[in-house]
Ligand binder design. Structure first.
Ligand code: AMP
Length: 223
């Protein structure tokens, strides 16, 4: 059976996770985030806590094993949407040598967001430590500055949303994803979507380019 495989990637705060989830629902495919798989695995989440908190990458073999186990589940047999994988050339090669089959149809989607916009989005992000509600100083301000609308708790900033760590996360993204983008480009499997628009508009742009690419024609009845 031919599977449809989508890779979603983009800099921190590009909205790739949101878009991957939306498309998963529209296409009836599971969205699989390797970050989520790690966080939900108590043993690995404990073992790799420091690396994950500092935005460093977890070992390729650990990630590849986690992914293979997840892809063996029934819901992934018609295809899947990957969020946050591959992140290294070793993962890329592992996937193309061991997981993908000639009959599969794959497409990589980059949600592109400019560097200043990444800083704006991440540096303005706030959350409520009590109820978990999310805010943004510019895009989604709370009614009373610095206080949660729901429970009046003082809002906080995530430790990895500081300027210094954002710079590190962006640098790592550019260094690691640059070579992979070039490979997908050479293979003719790359689509770049501008991410500085409303969520719905970005979603429409993705659907349009997948349609143009013939990606949706494999199963037109599900959209
Ligand atoms: P994410 O939720 O995608 O931001 O991932 C959170 C963290 O999990 C990352 O900062 C890495 O430490 C780790 N991680 C997730 N996916 C991968 C991957 N494909 N390769 C290596 N580390 C990963």
């Amino acid at each position: 059976m031919s599977r449809r495989i989508l890779f979603f990637f983009g800099p921190p705060a590009s909205g790739k996770g949101t878009q991957a989830e939306k498309l998963a629902e529209q296409l009836g495919l599971p969205a699989i985030s390797t970050g989520d798989l790690l966080r939900r695995n108590n043993q690995l989440a404990g073992e790799y806590k420091a690396a994950m908190n500092e935005g460093q990458l977890v070992a390729d073999e650990v990630i590849n094993d986690l992914l293979v186990n997840r892809l063996n589940q029934a819901d992934a047999q018609k295809g899947f949407i990957l969020d946050g994988y591959p992140r290294t050339k070793t993962q890329f090669e592992y996937f193309y040598n061991n997981i993908i089959k000639p009959e599969d149809k794959a497409c990589a989607i980059e949600i592109s967001v400019s560097e200043p916009e990444v800083y704006n989005r991440l540096a303005g992000r706030r959350f409520c430590p009590q109820c978990g509600a999310g805010y943004h100083l510019i895009y989604k301000p709370s009614q009373q500055l610095g206080l949660c609308d729901k429970c009046q708790t003082p809002l906080e900033q995530r430790p990895d949303d500081t300027e210094e760590i954002i710079k590190e996360r962006l640098g790592l993204y550019q260094r690691t994803m640059g070579p992979l983008v070039a490979l997908w480009w050479q293979m003719g499997e790359l689509v770049i979507i501008k991410g500085e628009k409303e969520i719905e508009q970005v979603n429409n742009d993705i659907l349009e380019s997948l349609e143009e690419d013939g990606f949706l024609k494999l199963k037109p009845e599900i959209i």
